[in-house]
Write a protein that binds this ligand. Structure first.
Ligand code: HEM
Length: 397
């Protein structure tokens, strides 16, 4: 598509909450196009091969301090506030290597008993409570918040405040001042906790990073705090919304759900398909060009912002046949819901495990689970939030 004189506005609206914006299908037929975003312009990349090309090309930077970096939300604006998420090159690799030691397959396996116990506790609470129940509040948001608190070694008595604050930080369309205040309070809390663990280490993520890297001078105290805050911001709302939307997909596909109940070993496949189908990290994967790049005819100039539309790429019919169909039997393995390349989500193994356990146990405990009111009015989140999802999902049994 030629560069139009008045680029379309971005984000683009969805006509159906179950599908990415319609315009993406049209845009995938050509090279990336310019869009208007936040008072400026940026390139929008919607094709699977183009998205992967950008994400593996070091002429595109994640540094949000560079001019042209396309950000709609700037909370908080300080350099390094988002830790490795908004860095490049050797400094990114260095911090990422440290972060990854906490998300290995071995560590993920070691967390399994904690996930099982938290899931069982939440399901007990749901079973004892009123029906219908909002599975978003009582289950999907609660599980990752409790798990992250456990992972960090947040003492039991602080967990209520910790999870409440993390919710404020992640409130879609939250009052920026309130969000910033919660961000600052959370930073102060993590700062105190990190200081305690540096002094008196225990068996938790903060203590391990403190002893392995802060004590040796490889990581500053401030960078440790920023890193764990990133884990919280990146790992809570994403996992929560993915759990809720996966429940919705399965309740809307009774045949596939029946098969999963018969063959629970298929849950990991269902999780992959749900990740592809929903592509919840819908608009926060952005870059800025640090050199001139020609991409399939699009002349991307140094300093131009680039937006990677993951929902577009994951619904690319060149890669996924009939992409609008939710099908747990498809091979969704090439999806880019966790990103691609150097910034590929390090929390993916943990998220996959958490979501699969959450789904399997929910449907095992409540075999007759169904949408309240036949799912007439499922309240999707504002379609332009950074992470797509649901405000609530009422179910009964
Ligand atoms: C369904 C759940 C999740 C989804 C869909 C998701 C998605 C993503 C995506 C798309 C990126 C790449 C961003 C980019 O390239 O700009 C990313 C990065 C990241 N994610 Fe996740 N994520 C999820 C869960 C988690 C969890 C559970 C954690 C940790 C507790 C986590 C921690 C991170 C971190 C630290 C990064 C930055 C990595 C880097 O910049 O090198 N995520 N995630």
């Amino acid at each position: 598509m030629p560069d139009s004189p008045t680029p379309p506005a971005w984000p683009m609206p969805r006509t159906c909450p179950y599908s990415p914006p319609d315009q993406y299908a049209e845009l995938r037929q050509g090279p990336p196009v310019k869009v208007r975003v936040g008072g400026g312009e940026a390139w929008l990349v919607t094709r699977h091969d183009h998205v992967r090309a950008v994400l593996t090309d070091d002429r595109f930077s994640s540094d949000d301090q560079l001019p042209g970096f396309p950000l709609r939300v700037r909370v908080p604006p300080e350099p390094r506030a988002m830790s490795l998420f908004r860095m490049d090159g050797p400094e990114h690799s260095r911090l990422r290597r440290m972060a990854q030691t906490e998300f290995t397959a071995r560590r993920t396996r070691a967390l399994r008993p904690a996930v099982d116990a938290l899931v069982a506790r939440l399901l007990d609470g749901i079973a004892a409570g009123p029906r219908p129940v909002d599975i978003v509040q009582e289950y999907a948001l609660a599980l990752p918040a409790l798990l992250i608190a456990r992972l960090f070694g947040v003492p039991d008595e602080d967990q209520g405040e910790f999870t409440a604050r993390s919710q404020v930080i992640l409130t879609p369309d939250g009052d920026p001042q309130e969000v910033y205040a919660a961000f600052t309070a959370m930073t102060a809390y993590l700062d105190r906790l990190a200081t305690e663990r540096e002094r008196d280490p225990r068996d938790d993520l903060l203590s391990r990073l403190a002893t392995q890297y802060v004590a040796t001078g490889e990581l500053t105290h401030e960078d440790l705090v920023a890193m764990v805050r990133l884990f919280l911001v990146a790992g809570h709302e994403t996992t929560a919304n993915q759990i809720a939307l996966s429940v919705l997909s399965l309740l809307r596909a009774p045949d596939q759900l029946a098969e999963l109940k018969e063959r629970p070993e298929l849950y990991p496949r269902a999780v992959e398909e749900s990740l592809r189908y929903w592509s919840i990290a819908q608009d926060n994967q952005v870059r800025v060009a640090v050199g001139d790049v020609e991409l399939d005819g699009a002349a991307i100039a140094k300093g131009d912002g680039v937006i990677l539309a993951l929902p577009g790429a994951n619904h690319d019919e060149r890669v996924f046949t009939d992409p609008g169909r939710f099908d747990i039997h498809r091979n969704a393995g090439r999806h880019v819901a966790f990103g691609y390349g150097a910034h590929l989500c390090p929390g993916a193994p943990l998220a996959r495990m958490e979501i699969a356990v959450a789904l399997r146990e929910l449907f095992a405990r409540f075999p007759s689970l169904r949408l309240a009111d036949d799912g007439a009015d499922v309240p999707f989140r504002n379609q332009h939030t950074v992470v797509y999802g649901l405000d609530a999902l009422y179910v009964t049994w």
